[in-house]
Ligand binder design. Sequence first.
Ligand SMILES: *[C@@H]1O[C@H](CO)[C@@H](O)[C@H](O)[C@H]1NC(C)=O
Ligand SMILES: *[C@@H]1O[C@H](CO)[C@@H](O)[C@H](O)[C@H]1NC(C)=O
Ligand SMILES: *[C@@H]1O[C@H](CO)[C@@H](O)[C@H](O)[C@H]1NC(C)=O
Ligand SMILES: [Fe+2]
Length: 486
Amino acid sequence: MSLDWDVRMQTLLLNFVLATFLFLSAIQDGNAGITSSFIRSEWPSVDIPLDNEVFAVSNGHNAPQQVHITQGDYDGKAVIISWVTPDEPGPSKVQYGKSDNKYQFSAEGTVTNYTFYQYKSGYIHHCLIEGLEYNTKYYYRIGSGDSSREFWFVTPPIVGRDVPYKFGIIGDLGQTYNSLSTLDHYMKSGAQTVLFVGDLSYADRYQYNDVGIRWDSWGRFLERSAAYQPWIWSAGNHEIEYMPHMGEVVPFKSYLHRYTTPYLASKSSSPLWYSIRRASAHIIVLSSYSPFVKYTPQYQWLKEELKRVDRDKTPWLIVLMHVPLYSSNEGHYMEGESMRAVFESSFIHYKVDAVFAGHVHAYERSYRFSNTDYNITSGNRYPIPDKAAPVYITVGDGGNQEGLASRFFEPQPEYSAFREASYGHSTLEIMNRTHAIYHWNRNDDGKKVPTDSFVLHNQYWGKNRRRRKLKKNFVSNVVGRLATDL
Ligand SMILES: *[C@@H]1O[C@H](CO)[C@@H](O)[C@H](O)[C@H]1NC(C)=O
Ligand SMILES: *[C@@H]1O[C@H](CO)[C@@H](O)[C@H](O)[C@H]1NC(C)=O
Ligand SMILES: *[C@@H]1O[C@H](CO)[C@@H](O)[C@H](O)[C@H]1NC(C)=O
Ligand SMILES: [Fe+2]
């Protein structure tokens, strides 16, 4: 055992030295991107067994479980509270108020259930509570009698220009020991709301009735965070669950029954794409797996929603989607190209600050680059530095059972600023209209280790009011170099 320990410590030390060396040499290279060589021993990529305490069912007959909340309206004065009762429907009522154990108000929700193969879901409740005060702690109670349960949440400050707020960004979470480590680390970050970039439970890796059972376990796993602060949902490929061999052909069936979004408040026609405003941020959620080309509902909606963005009220414009538009990982390579071709020029036109995605099980951050000059008659095919472009960040590193996507293309493309195949989560701490502090936190054994961080300058309020400048030299350099390589 002590031998193992020594070897492990030596490996860790070596990796640290290597990573430091790479980091320092990258600094000397000026803007060259960093491919971190940090390799750490991970928990095995296996799901936590169902009898583990992280999935524990609360005591009492028909006790509510899998409690989670999300924003319930456009501006943060409403919350949707969701939960599951296992034995019978029971009440869909939420009692709530501003002090513990004193519930002046109540709201009535709805209940639904579904089958998946022969699995029958519990009774899934969704209750919208509206007209809340901003910046206020509310306590709430659900369930009945002895088995009722109590939680709390804090509403966001009123939407406004210099309102500070701290978001967490998590993707591809699953339910392994690595997922638990990510969630534990996230919960220590002090962030107030999770922007989730798709692939929730990975229940679709199971067969037959186990699919539904693993959705339930994931709901219980997540409750420690999601019952107390909103998770803003977007859908990934693991939510599609098109499984004809089991007779299940309705896409997103489990996901849409269990996780609701306030899509009507942003005039969307589908819970899969929508937007919310929270503090000083306008958050747009897109669906990589719903039609998005010109003339489709998602395309039309986005076009209108981008016009509604008011940077005086919400200086920060953030887009979430599952499939990254810029990624130099071999995993899922170029799956985002079709959406990039459709939306990239709008993101630049509307000065999107950051685009967060998941899907690729690694971490990667881009410089401000664009590739909008490419079309099928133009020869300009290389992404070029573009101060008007968003930063693209992939955080598909939540820790699911598929493991890490550890192979990156070499050499690191010019657009890629930092990439590393480790598990972790990000935070975006908005300070005011011009500055936000961004961190990527790699999970480490028991400690929170910040590894990639920078100040995100607002694209609209930034002091040089960034104009779009295409560096002609850069393009000819790249073309020239490729020519000599061949
Ligand atoms: C939903 O629950 C009701 C009441 O228990 C039951 O009769 C019905 O079959 C269930 N529906 C589905 C789709 O499971
Ligand atoms: C496509 O590229 C060509 C050559 O750069 C350019 O002249 C043309 O305007 C572009 N077309 C579109 C629709 O962007
Ligand atoms: C925003 O915060 C940053 C960092 O604290 C500060 O340097 C900057 O002056 C602030 N900008 C405004 C407009 O308050
Ligand atoms: Fe995915």
